[in-house]
Ligand binder design. Sequence first.
Ligand code: PMP
Length: 404
Amino acid sequence: MDIFDKYETIASRRDSLLQAGLNPFGLRMDKILSPTEALINGRRTILVGTNNYLGLTFDPDCIEAGCEAMREQGTGTTGSRIANGSYVLHEQLEQAIARYLKCKSAIVFPTGYQANLGMIAGLAGPKDTILLDADSHASIYDGCRLSGATLIRFRHNDPADLDRRLSRLKNEDGVALVIVEGIYSMLGDIAPLNEFIEVKKRHGAFILVDEAHSLGVMGEHGRGVAEACGVEDDVDFVAGTFSKSLGAIGGFGASNHPHFDRLRYCSRPYMFTASASPASVVTVTKAIEKIEQNPDLIRKLWRNADALYEGLSSLGFEICAPASPVIAVRLADEQTAVYFWNRLVEEGVYVNLAIPPGTPNGVCLLRCSVSAAHSEAQIQEVCTRFAKILAEWQAQDTTASLRG
Ligand code: PMP
C-alpha cells in the first residue's frame, strides 16, 4: 500500500479537470498588475475572484509603511508571541483593531485560518458544546475539532433550528458557543444576526461571528454584519482576516470580554507559532486607517457589486443570493461550470471555480468577488465576456439549461 492511495479518487477527479483545460485549483498568475488586473498565460486579465474587496493591495501608503517596517525591523520575527515575537507594532495593530471595532481588546494571529483555530480552540474545551452553522468555513470546522468540544451543526442561516438545538442542551453540556459567519464565502448570503443574537441571549450562550468576508464590506463604517445589524454590543467574540478587505495577510480575534486576554496563554494556535512579520503587521495597521478615513470605499464597492449583480442576472444567470460583493453564479453541473471557467480565463476574466465538496448542497459555482477598485468599464467588460461565452455555449446545444 502507498501512503497516497487514500487520495486516488480525488486525484483522478483532478486529472479529469485538467483534461478540460487549465488547472482551476493551481492557476499561475504570471504577474499582478493592479488590484484588478493580472497577466495570466500572457494575457491581460480582469480579476473578479480575489477577495480584494477594497482594492488596498496596491495602496501606496500601505506599501510604503510595509517597506519601511521591513527595512527597519527585519523580514521576520523568528519567534512566537509568548517568546521574542511580540513587537510594539503587533500591539499597535491590536490597538488599531480594537479602536476600529470599538472593542476592549484584540489579538492578532499570523493568518485568518489560525485566528479561527486559536479563537475557537481557546474559547471552547472538551467539556463545552459548539453549535455551528452547517455551511461554516473549513477553518471553523478545524478549530472546533481542535477544541475537543462536542459539535452540533444547525441548518444554515436558520435561527429556529439553532433555538431547537440549544433547548435540548443540559447543564452537563458545559458552556454553549454559537458560531456563524457574516457574509458566507461561497454563496454570498448573509447571516440573520439579529435573530441569532436573540436566540443565543435567551439560552445564555456565547456567540462568535467570523467577519472574514464582511469586515470592510458591511455596515456604514465597514465593521461587519454586526454593525449592519446594530448588534455589536451583543456579539461576544469577533474573528476576522487581513487577507480580504485589508489586502494583506493575518487574522485577529476581538472582544469586550474582561478575560479575553487569557487566550494569550491558553490558546495553542496563538502560542506555538511565529508571530506575523513586521511588514504584514504595519501594512494592516495602515489599511485600517485607510478604511477609517475613506468610508466612500465601501460605497464604491457596493455600487460595483450591484452593477455586476444586475449585469449577470439580466443575462439570465442564476445568482445564489441577493447582491453582495460575493456574487455566486450557479451553473447546472460541474461540466458546464468548468467549461465557462476555462472560456472566461481564455477571454481574460478570472473568477473562482467552486465545485463539490467545497460548496454547500453540491452546487457548482463561478464565484465572483467584486472590488471597490474595479472601474465601471471593467464591470461592463466582465458582463460582455460572460455574454459572449453564454451565446457560444447556447449555440453549441440549444436544449441545454444553464440552471441546476
Ligand atoms: N474564515 C472565512 C469565512 C474564510 O472565508 C477564510 C478564507 N477564505 C478564512 C476564515 C481564513 O482566512 P485566511 O485565508 O486569511 O487564512
